[in-house]
Design a protein around this ligand. Structure first.
Ligand code: ATP
Ligand code: MG
Length: 232
């Protein structure tokens, strides 16, 4: 099982959006997938609940602390057949929980909005992250996703400068698009939509391929084609 942590302490950067679309990508490719939601707001689990009955199955696990100190052992269950576990933590996660999440992850995805305010907040987190022993030994992979990228400003030089300084990879640029909100409302992912989402699918594919560690999967091409043909 591969565990992918989608993290950024800054709120609204796109953690849940990346997590649920990644889950929907793997599920649509027939790969057993679980989303573990650590956010008390339960955004990923809420999305899962709104999924169509006949949509490819994604297991939901609840890692958020329970009210009145309830035990979460049952809700945290991850089916043994799971091949991709995608972890969606809340904003501002720190301390023991942060270290636990980092310890369990094979790969870390950091979505961030290219703006001075977000870059300042996330830059500090990325510097601390990359200074940790496990990142230095290279046994955990880290990549950044620029999210909510404006069409009028596709490149943001301060982001590239930060990434170059830290030796980090800009994996993908996800455009600011209503499709993400529309799909989320129906419990779907962009790979389960019609041709209207094909640009978003193409932008998202490098993320899925990086997580899967398989260059341009045949399945990936099929999924993108599927998105296109479903509308036809
Ligand atoms: N590329 C995008 N284009 C347009 N809207 C987006 C995009 N990515 C995310 N959003 C929207 O921005 C809002 C915040 O995104 P999301 O919930 O994924 O962020 P988050 O990091 O999980 O937030 P939180 O820190 O509160 O958990 C949501 O309404 C989501 O639909
Ligand atoms: Mg979230």
């Amino acid at each position: 099982m591969k565990t992918t942590l989608v993290i950024n302490p800054k709120g609204g950067a796109g953690k849940t959006t990346v997590a649920i679309n990644l889950a929907s990508y793997f599920a649509t490719s027939g790969i057993p997938t679980t989303v573990m939601d650590y956010d008390p707001q339960g955004s990923s689990l809420n999305w899962l609940r709104s999924r169509a009955i006949d949509a490819p199955k994604i297991h939901g696990a609840n890692g958020a602390p329970g009210k009145f100190g309830q035990l979460r052992s049952f809700e945290m269950y991850v089916p043994p057949e799971t091949r991709h576990l995608i972890v969606d933590p809340p904003a501002g996660v720190s301390g023991v929980l942060l270290h636990e999440l980092l310890d369990r992850a094979n790969a870390i995805l950091v979505p961030l909005v290219p703006s001075v305010i977000d870059l300042h907040a996330t830059g500090n987190f990325l510097r601390e992250l990359m200074a940790m022993g496990r990142m230095k030994t290279g046994n955990i992979r880290v990549a950044v996703v620029a999210n909510k990228v404006r069409r009028s400003m596709p490149a943001y030089p301060p982001l590239q400068q930060l990434l170059d300084a830290l030796g980090l990879k800009l994996l993908a640029r996800l455009i600011d698009s209503d499709i993400y909100m529309k799909t989320a409302e129906t419990g779907a992912g962009i790979f389960e939509m019609n041709a209207a989402a094909s640009a978003e699918c193409k932008q998202f594919l490098p993320i899925a391929e990086w997580v899967a560690q398989e260059p341009r999967l045949a399945e990936a091409a099929v999924v993108c084609d599927l998105a296109r043909t479903r509308a036809a």
